[in-house]
Design a protein around this ligand. Sequence first.
Ligand SMILES: Cc1ncc(COP(=O)(O)O)c(C=O)c1O
Length: 403
Amino acid sequence: MSLIANALSNIKPSPTIAVSMKANELKALGKNIISLGMGEPDFDTPQHIKNAAINAINQGDTKYTAVDGTANLKKAIINKFARENQLSYKASEVIVSTGAKQVIYNALIATINPLDEVIIPAPYWVSYPDMVLLAGGVPVIAQSSSENNFKITPDELKSKITSKTKWLILNSPSNPTGACYNQDELQSLVEVLIENPHVYILTDDIYEHLIFDDLQFYTLPQIAPQLKDRCLVVNGVSKAYAMTGWRIGYGAGPEKLIKAMSMIQSQSTSSPSSISQAASVEALNGNQDYIQQGKKIFQERRDLVVSMLNKIEGIECNQPNGAFYVFPSCKKLLGKKAVISGVEQIIKDDNDFATYLLEEALVAVVPGVAFGASGFFRISYAASEDFLKDSMSRIAKACEKLK
Ligand SMILES: Cc1ncc(COP(=O)(O)O)c(C=O)c1O
């Protein structure tokens, strides 16, 4: 009998974490690697948020809290939804978890029966399909095209819905493409969803505040109140307030679902950290200037990276409206020859291309295949302007060497 459960045979470790580990190994060998692989802001958590955590510790706020989050944090979340998304929730419709990742995991474990289907638009965040598999479900991939700026159309959605569809996962702004659905695009998906009342919608809004070009963020239940009872809205403080290590995410949805998710959490991790929850109250209720500052810096970096990438022969990069990723195509460079690990080889796919960039340019990027889209690669521009300029010119030089 094997020690490891069969359920694990279908899942893989997070490829983004694998890239950053490989980059760290090379750094430890003294190589001057620039890592554009990780999905976290390079800024520090704002001081007023840190102070709230320090106060919480000093005041003895260091015990277990209610499993689904403190009353104070739930109130701050309810106010956030009312203020920013015009959505009204009761405390029993909100859960706080150890990161948005745990909210999503709880939701899938709480709802999926064997062979239930979950529609995941590709390119997707690496964890969605594996979480669905762990929950015993079937990920159904809806491929979007770069021509449509990596957004699925109503017809593409319609073609994936079956009687077994339990969830559609929407993520806008998107990791890995930075794509954002505008109001009309969401509305056209809403029409398909209204016709299919058995489908629930998990909207992962973790990059809500990283949206550029004066585009307005909309979450699906905001524009379709009639679908609110079928939506789980997922968000968190990780990306908006540079708080990835604090591990606080939250979800809002129908009470029955939230109750089931809390039950799972109560038997796995119990409450999220009391200190991080106190810090998150300050993040959501306190001064919000940080968000505007972060947004401005990320938009400037996006402009820099997209323009430098598009000057490289063979690379084509859309200009996304959000998050801190770009998802360029390397398709025109496939089939060219390069020296990889000391041997001349043909660059067959985006995996080879990313390995080549790591070895030749000393720049770590993540191959598109990890996100369900071969022929592309993801760059996270959550790095300083100097690092970005240096890494883009290293990538340009490495691409020039391809024959
Ligand atoms: C699309 C998406 N959803 C959720 C998460 C998880 O966020 P958290 O740090 O709150 O667990 C990430 C983190 O990379 C993400 O990119």
